[in-house]
Design a protein around this ligand. Structure first.
Ligand code: 6PG
Length: 486
């Protein structure tokens, strides 16, 4: 019997996707560089469905129905190129190579172009949901040719997460679009986690609410418009007790956040396509600062806060009522900042679509993130509705959608109070505060950029435009300061 699909690379994500495919009735050919891993998978989970054991890529390819579908699940970067190089001579025109890792979208674009020249399809697929999602239903964001989706799409849709019965999988656009959308998902994921961290820090530093108690706060928040997977698991992480010390686990974990690159790529791409993804970029920088532990050991002992730090948390938000009000303020600041992160992520998708020629459908993309992925949240259903109109009638920014505009207005006083309190008492809140600045910048009719233009014209004759007439102008700063047409 020919297999429907082959999977090469059977580390946990590859193994779980293979099992998911098999559980959904597909015959899955398995390959791994070390056969021992293939055998271990078959021994532990062979009962999940129909698998074909293979020892070499040639055997894997031979076992597949046509057009062949080969899913590569190896580490992003050079290993993907190396597997592709080994596969190409074994494949025939029309076959489909799928990369389900977190590959950089520019690499996906390059690979797609070079394989297209060989009449092979290359599909970069964003897969979100971690190990559990891969096994039970991830959110899937495929790119590549539309034609390849005809053959591959039904399988991916079948194994994807479902939201009210709808698959969280749809073709998002050509070449690297799938990996791009997944990258932006991860950028939002970074911001989502950072605002949760800022809320945690503020509630502890200013209101003395300890992790175990905060677990309850987050559990409660998960019943509000913040309801999401990340808020849900925050309460679990916060109530976890360290086995050795009995302290909250979060107090014994080294406060240095790792990063594999997708958040950084999102920030870089935002800069490249001219989209101000400040919340995402600040989240990446927050991880970078967290990793400067040696520097922080010195600055912690040297830098003063410039405020009376002896003021205890209970003095700041002493009464139970004050604390309750503060917690509610923080919840609103978190929600507003989260909305900004989504608004910025969606904006950059539009900008990237123009740059790379992808017709990204924001409503469809929001629909893919409603279940299975790490940023899944009730909010996404509302985002989908906000974009339920032809492109030219969609809001130019998520925050312009009436329901979100209203939500921001409702959060604003609290958001400002929280950012002010953070600044007053010296608690870092980079995303809370930069998101508020982003919002305030969008609100302003005029920005001080006019002065920036004046300065640029002064030192570099970079010219400027005028608000009252057409043309490009330069002031002769080092001469008689008269204005000339430039
Ligand atoms: C997902 C996750 C997943 C992975 C990230 C973590 O959507 O399932 O985003 O892709 O956990 O790569 O990224 P960092 O290691 O950079 O936090």
């Amino acid at each position: 019997m020919s297999a429907h699909i082959g999977v090469t690379g059977l580390a946990v994500m590859g193994a779980n996707l293979a099992r998911n495919l098999a559980r959904n009735g597909y015959t899955v050919a398995l390959h791994n560089r070390s056969v021992a891993r293939t055998d271990a998978l078959l021994q532990a989970h062979g009962g999940d469905g129909d698998f074909v054991r293979t020892e070499t890529l040639a055997e894997l390819v031979d076992s597949l129905e046509r057009p062949r579908r080969v899913l590569i699940m190896v580490q992003a970067g050079a290993p993907v190129d190396s597997v592709i190089a080994d596969l190409v001579p074994l494949l025939d025109e029309g076959d489909i190579i799928i990369d389900g890792g977190n590959s950089f979208y520019e690499e996906t674009r390059r690979r797609e172009e070079s394989l297209r020249a060989k009449n092979l399809h290359f599909v970069g697929v964003g897969v979100s949901g971690g190990e559990e999602g891969a096994l039970n239903g991830p959110s899937i964001m495929p790119g590549g040719s539309k034609e390849s989706y005809d053959s591959l799409g039904p399988m991916l849709e079948k194994i994807s997460a479902k939201y009210n019965g709808e698959p969280c999988c749809a073709w998002v656009g050509t070449d690297g679009a799938g990996h791009y959308v997944k990258m932006v998902h991860n950028g939002i994921e970074y911001a989502d986690m950072q605002v949760i961290g800022e809320a945690f820090d503020l509630m502890r530093s200013l209101a003395g609410i300890e992790p175990r108690e905060q677990a309850g706060v987050f559990r409660e928040w998960n019943t509000t418009d913040l309801a999401s997977y990340l808020i849900e698991i925050t309460s679990e992480v916060l109530e976890q007790e360290d086995e050795t010390t009995g302290r909250p686990l979060v107090d014994v974990v080294v406060d240095s956040a790792g990063q594999k690159g997708t958040g950084r790529w999102t920030a870089i791409s935002g800069l490249e396509v001219g989209s101000p993804v400040t919340a995402i970029a600040e989240s990446v920088f927050a991880r970078s600062i967290s990793s400067q532990r040696e520097l922080r050991a010195v600055t912690n002992a040297t830098f003063s806060a410039g405020v009376d730090e002896t003021l205890s948390a209970t003095e700041k938000y002493g009464s139970a009522e004050d604390r309750q009000d503060f917690v509610e303020d923080v919840r609103k600041a978190l929600y507003a900042s989260k909305l900004v992160a989504y608004a910025q992520g969606l904006d950059m998708l539009v900008a990237a679509g123009e740059e790379y020629g992808w017709e990204l459908d924001l409503k469809a993309i929001a629909s893919l993130w409603r279940a299975g992925c790490i940023i899944r949240a009730d909010l996404l259903d509302t985002i989908m509705k906000a974009y339920d109109a032809p492109r030219d009638q969609q809001p130019k920014n998520l925050l312009l959608a009436p329901e979100f505009n209203e939500a921001i207005n409702e959060c604003l006083p609290a958001w400002r109070r929280v950012v002010a309190a953070a600044a007053t008492y010296g608690v870092p809140a980079p995303v809370f505060s930069s998101s508020l600045s982003y919002y305030d910048s969008l609100r302003r009719e005029r920005l001080p950029a006019a002065l920036t233009q004046g300065l640029r014209d002064y030192f570099g004759a970079h010219t400027y435009k005028r608000v009252d007439k057409e043309g490009t102008f330069h002031t002769q700063w080092s001469g008689d300061r008269s204005e000339i047409d430039a």
